[in-house]
Design a protein around this ligand. Structure first.
Ligand code: ZN
Ligand code: ZN
Length: 186
């Protein structure tokens, strides 16, 4: 049994019982958006599982070391991210299969043969944990819009009358001269 399929038969036998588990594992990709995340080492999670009227309530926090690409300077950097999560696992018979959303939920969060799959819950938390437009640091200056150099490494400005006109600006001028139709509306 994969470590992320957890046996809850003991909890289901005792109404109101709870158990705290620690997970340290790599996450198989189970959730849309997860494939763009580079995780270094295992994902860590502390999860409290609680029996409540035949359902299992799961609640906890996830932590992971990820490598991200800064949206401004395009350098990669490492970050430890964390995210709280909460989910309710129900018996198959507790889902309303008339409802497409419930059918989707059932596939991910049903108690199946006295077991629950922690993977979708943790994957979802991981996707939420990662910032959508990451920045290597709050004050990152990004790349120079004229020459493309990293302004954090080499702060500089360009003059309009710059003698050494950057190649790409010259190339752009040349291109627009040759393709005047592309210049419309700009
Ligand atoms: Zn940056
Ligand atoms: Zn520049």
């Amino acid at each position: 049994m994969p470590a992320l399929r957890f046996d809850v038969s003991g909890l289901l036998r005792k109404p109101g019982s709870r158990e705290i588990i620690h997970v340290e594992d790599s996450l198989p990709p189970a959730f849309k958006g997860q494939e763009r995340i580079v995780v270094n080492g295992p994902v860590r999670a502390k999860i409290t599982l609680k029996e409540a009227s035949g359902t299992i309530m799961a609640q906890g926090g996830l932590e992971a070391d990820v490598t991200l690409t800064c949206g401004r300077c395009l350098n990669t950097f490492n970050l430890t991210v964390s995210q709280p999560f909460e989910e309710i696992y129900r018996r198959h018979s507790d889902f309303n299969r008339e409802d497409p959303e419930e059918r989707e939920e059932e596939a991910l969060f049903a108690i199946d043969e006295q077991r629950i799959d922690l993977t979708p819950m943790l994957s979802q938390a991981l996707v939420l944990a990662v910032p959508f437009s990451p920045k290597c640091e709050e004050g990152c200056r990004g790349l120079c819009s004229v020459c493309g150099e990293d302004l954090n490494v080499k702060p500089h400005k360009h003059d309009e009358s710059d003698e050494d006109l950057p190649d790409y600006k010259a190339a752009l001028k040349q291109y627009l001269k040759e393709h005047p139709q592309d210049n419309k509306g700009s």
